[in-house]
Design a protein around this ligand. Sequence first.
Ligand code: X2X
Length: 355
Amino acid sequence: MRMMEFAIPAALALAASLLLVSCGGKKGLKKEYRMQVNVGSSTYWGMGAAKFAELVRKRTNGRINVKPYYGSQLLKGAQLNSSQMVAAGAIDCALESTINTAPMINAMNIFTMPFFVNTYKRLDRLEKGGTGSAIFAKMRAKRLEPLAWGENGFRQLTNSKLPVKKPEDLRNLKIRVVGSPIFIDVFRALGADPVNMNWGDAVTALQQGTVDGQENPAGILLAVKIFQYNKRMTRWNYAIDPLILYWNKEQFDAFPPDIRKAIRKAAVEATRYQKALCRAGLDDGTALKTLKNEFGYDIKIPDPLGYLRSKGMEITEINDDARAEFKKNLKSVTDSWTKQLGAEFVKNAKKDMEE
Ligand code: X2X
C-alpha cells in the first residue's frame, strides 16, 4: 500500500519529465525556431528578419532562438507554400509577403489590385483600418498568428529592351511574375507575355536573358543588382506587397505570456526598422529619420533611384495620363478581382484608405 502511494506520484513525475524532454527541454522550448524568408539576407526584407531574430533573443534573454532561413530553403524554393507550412507547424514562423501568402488568404490580393493603393499613406491606413484587422482575423482562423506588418514595397517594372511608358510598350515583353493568378491576369491584359516562376529561378532567368524583365520593389532590386541585367525601369507603383510576420498559432498560444509579449514587441520594432529600410529615400524623408534617430542606422543607399541611375538605369516616371491609360487596359482585371475579393470588402478598403 505504502509502495503504491509512493510509486504513482513518482511515475507521474517521470512521465511529466519525459514529456518535457520530448517537447525540447526546459519549459517545452525548442533549441531553434525556424523562420521562412523568401529572399536573401542582404535584401531589406532579409535584414528585417535578422533584426527580429536579434530582438527576440535579447528580449527573451536568450530563451527563444529564431533562425531565419533565407531564399525559401525550407520550401525548396516553392515560395507560395509558406503559409501552409507554418499553419501545419512544419515551420515555426515566417516573414512573408502578402503575395506569397495570398494562395491561402485570398483577401491579401487587395494589395496587388492594379493601381489601387498608390501611396504609403493609403497603405498605412489600409493596414491600420478594418481591412488590416479583417486580414489578421482570417489568418488566425487558418492557424497563423499575425504579429506585425512589414513591407516589401511598391513594385516597379524593369526590362532589358525599351523604356515602358504606355501599355503598348509592354506588348510581347517576356516578364517574370510570381505564380499568383492576379499577376498573370494583369500582365496578359497589358499585352505582355508573363512567365511565372519562383524568385530563386527568376534571378537566373534574368542573368541568362530567358526573360526580358520582372517587377519588384527597390529593396530587392538593389540587392540583386538589377542594373546588371535590366537597364530600364518604369516607376509606376502599380502594386505593393506588405510583409507580415507570423507564427504558427498553436505554438505561439502555448508560449508563456512573458514570451508572447516579448516576441510581439520584437516583431513591432523589427518591422518598424524593416519598413523604414524599404521606404528610405522613397517617402517624404520620414524613413531616413526613423532609421537614424530610432535605430542609429545610416543606410548605405539613402537615394535608391539616384543610385540606380548612377549604375546606368533609365527610370521612366508614369504621369497621370499614362496611369489612366494603364488603368483603362486593366479594367476587366479590376472588375473580375473585385468580384473575387467581394465588392463589399473592396468598398471598405477604399473607405479605409480615404479616411
Ligand atoms: O517573388 C517575388 O517577386 C518577391 C521576391 O517579390 C516575392 O516574394 C513576392
